[in-house]
Design a protein around this ligand. Structure first.
Ligand SMILES: [Zn+2]
Length: 86
């Protein structure tokens, strides 16, 4: 499924938002579309186009699915631009 990027202050169920580790390393935080639990995507690979591998599993319920983070590429580019990164 496609996880949409949060556009407001609230992170709704089934959305993701950019968090930063050490203020500069991209970290995707998602809210489970099934139970609403909020958790960071760690121990996964996120491709440039936002495809998350392996399947995402919610630590709080039995939700499990192949997901794609909509807008991931742009969000990472914005972080890198903000930090003059490579
Ligand atoms: Zn859940």
């Amino acid at each position: 499924m496609v996880i949409k990027e949060s556009k407001g202050d609230l992170l709704h169920e089934g959305e993701w938002r950019m968090g930063l580790i050490h203020g500069r390393m991209p970290l995707a935080i998602v809210r489970c579309p099934s139970c609403g639990h909020r958790f960071p995507i760690v121990h996964h690979k996120i491709a440039a186009d936002g495809t998350v591998t392996p399947e995402l599993m919610c630590p709080s319920c039995n939700f499990k699915d192949k997901v794609t983070l909509e807008g991931w590429f742009e969000a990472v580019a914005a972080v890198e631009a903000a930090h003059g990164g490579k």
